[in-house]
Design a protein. Structure first.
Lengths: 289, 322
């Protein structure tokens, strides 16, 4: 309790907290970074970037694809692939229960949505992680959908983009999930052979098995501002080295400084930036935007 | 070398202690007790056999981490000839948690790469407990490229708790280093034979374990996360590691039945640490077989087959798209 709060008569304090409670749920949203109270529709029209401090909030996969892709002519790839429970995995809950709960919460069958479409008329295939589905963890379905996306890009000679938002590998699928690292990364080698661009857009968070597979294999590696990106989680590192981590450690700006990524791009600029990079890579003329 | 016993081996340890005492007595005793000693030795052997016949996954994880287990450099000595260790990533440092170099396998030139743990405290620290930093993976990558250039097969030996989770490792791109190896191993134009000899700890293991043939020693483990790590995340308690080990499927036998590895290589009775020489011999035979499987393939066929293998990983079902 601060000295000011201590000075305030109890009545005023009560009034204040009552007022706070009366705000209708869902109309306002508080920025987790600067704590500014924002009108939700303002936030949404700003692509979930805080208009006050520029903090990029996490986005659902389909919302991201909506923002990145042109509205017309897009369709989903690989949604016929759905999860099974190969190990009959059970911790405090069964894996199958966790899957169906995640399905209820998100409406997704697994943690990845792949779509073919275009960005400012440049045709692309985009694979996007759904972080709200079991922490965007990569299991067999994520790996297979990614590969089907890459294959579609290969067959039609299109650029392939992956937007990551993930805690890493899916433990409940044991070694099957580890092998997805090798599988997804191998798929990228074929795109390279045909000189098709592969771009990665790393968003908050991109960790573990995804970070340590294809995430840094992009011809151009882009990150959103302030995203946590790394191999080991900050807590694990702190426990291992027994020291406090420096401020900004494993954030996009830190990675740019260390030479790990090509650029940090504001979400609101992403469409034009990606289209520009793709046309440059494929020796196409610039798009008049 | 005196065997270090694991907790679950206490009955064997007791028996061995008794044998040791009898031997001591025998030296200055008039009575011949050698018969009794050999009887007890036989008993110890059969006890070991019984105990090791029904190890739980968690116990196997203990054996895989046994401090006397043979490491990469032991196999380099016993299986290969003319091992010439090569050092450094040419950019930052020489990571001693990964060793590698040129060698001969049955007279044929090859590249050997493996994680390396330390035996005593000093060496453990030197080897960083077998946990590589990015420069270790980049050294491995350099050697793989060298193998490709000179048409040499690559033998990798996997034995790590995982890639090192440190500040410097992150700063120098641990993720990129591992990812790069996965990428290059997927398209390397020479045979890669990978064997898990101890702990196959997650991405840090996989970064040298993408191969045309992937094998595991009988009491080695291979997992996406350590049983302790899995337990502390999913059960919120590292005490549940035995359960996690059971359910994750980390043992050679389980992974073979799941189709994730090609072969399980049997270990001497009581584990590889009891007989380095015997272990090396059977590992050598397995490596010979594995190499023979891929020796006749052209570089293009090799890469194509490896690609197909990688694409086949995963279990899912397909339903009609809604």
């Amino acid at each position: 309790m601060s000295w000011l709060q201590k000075l305030l008569p109890p009545k005023i304090k009560r009034a204040e907290s009552a007022a706070r409670k009366s705000i209708p749920e869902g109309l306002w949203s508080k920025c987790p970074a600067c704590e500014a109270v924002l009108y939700r529709s303002d936030l949404e029209s700003n692509q979930s970037v805080c208009p006050k401090c520029g903090h990029h909030q996490r986005l659902r996969a389909r919302a991201r694809l909506d923002l990145l892709l042109d509205a017309e002519g897009r369709f989903e790839i690989g949604n016929e692939v759905v999860p099974v429970d190969p190990l009959k995995f059970k911790d405090s809950r069964r894996y199958t229960e966790r899957l169906s709960a995640a399905n209820d919460d998100t409406g997704e069958a697994d943690a990845m949505v792949v779509m073919q479409g275009s960005i400012l008329t440049v045709p692309v295939v985009v694979a996007c992680f759904e972080f709200d589905f079991l922490g965007g963890s990569m299991g067999s379905v994520v790996g297979e959908r990614f590969v089907r996306g890459a294959k579609a890009a290969l067959e039609q000679r299109l650029p392939f983009i992956c937007i990551t938002a993930t805690g890493g590998a899916r433990m409940q699928e044991g070694l099957f999930s580890l092998m997805q690292m090798a599988k997804t990364t191998a798929a990228i080698t074929q795109l390279a052979e045909r000189k098709l661009p592969f771009l990665t857009i790393l968003t908050d968070p991109t960790m573990g098995g995804v970070s340590a597979s294809f995430a840094f294999m992009g011809d151009v590696v882009i990150a959103e501002p302030g995203a946590l990106i790394g191999f080991a989680g900050p807590r694990v590192i702190e426990q291992t080295v027994r020291e406090t981590l420096p401020g900004g450690f494993q954030r996009s700006e830190f990675l740019l400084e260390k030479g790990a990524i090509d650029m940090i791009v504001d979400r609101r600029e992403m469409r034009s930036k990606v289209a520009e990079l793709l046309t440059l890579l494929t020796r196409q003329p610039a798009i008049g935007v | 070398m005196k065997t270090t016993f694991l907790d679950f081996e206490q009955p064997i340890a007791d028996l061995e202690e008794k044998i040791e005492k009898l031997r001591f007595v025998q030296d200055d005793s008039a009575v011949d007790i050698s018969e009794e000693i050999s009887r007890l030795e036989a008993k110890s052997e059969s006890l070991t056999k019984d105990l090791y016949a029904k190890l739980t996954p968690w116990q196997i994880a203990q054996v895989a981490r046994h401090p006397q287990r043979p490491y990469t450099l032991d196999y380099a000595r016993h299986i290969f000839t003319d091992f010439q260790e090569l050092h450094g990533d040419r950019a930052f440092a020489d990571d001693k948690a990964i060793v590698g170099g040129l060698a001969r396998f049955n007279g044929q030139s090859c590249i050997v790469i493996g994680h390396q743990k330390g035996r005593d405290t000093k060496e453990k620290i030197l080897r960083n407990f077998g946990m590589p930093r990015p420069e270790g993976y980049r050294k491995a990558l350099r050697l793989m490229r060298m193998a490709e250039k000179f048409g040499l097969p690559v033998f990798t030996f996997v034995d790590t708790p995982g890639a090192y989770p440190g500040i410097g490792a992150e700063e120098r791109g641990q993720s990129e280093a591992i990812g790069r190896n996965l990428y290059v191993m997927a398209e390397l134009k020479v045979p890669i034979i990978a064997t898990v000899i101890g702990e196959g700890g997650s991405g840090g293991a996989l970064a040298i374990a993408v191969g045309d043939q992937v094998m595991m020693l009988q009491y080695s483990t291979y997992a996406v996360i350590s049983p302790e790590g899995c337990a502390s995340i999913l059960w919120k308690s590292a005490e549940k590691a035995p359960e996690a080990a059971e359910t994750m499927g980390i043992t050679a036998a389980r992974l073979k039945s799941l189709g994730l590895i090609d072969r399980v290589i049997n270990e001497p009775v009581g584990g590889a640490h009891r007989d380095h020489r015997a272990m090396s011999q059977s590992l050598k035979r397995a490596l010979q077989d594995a190499l023979r499987q891929v020796a006749d393939l052209s570089p293009a066929e090799l890469v194509e087959k490896r690609f197909e293998r990688l694409m086949s990983y995963g279990r899912y079902k397909e339903q009609n798209a809604a």
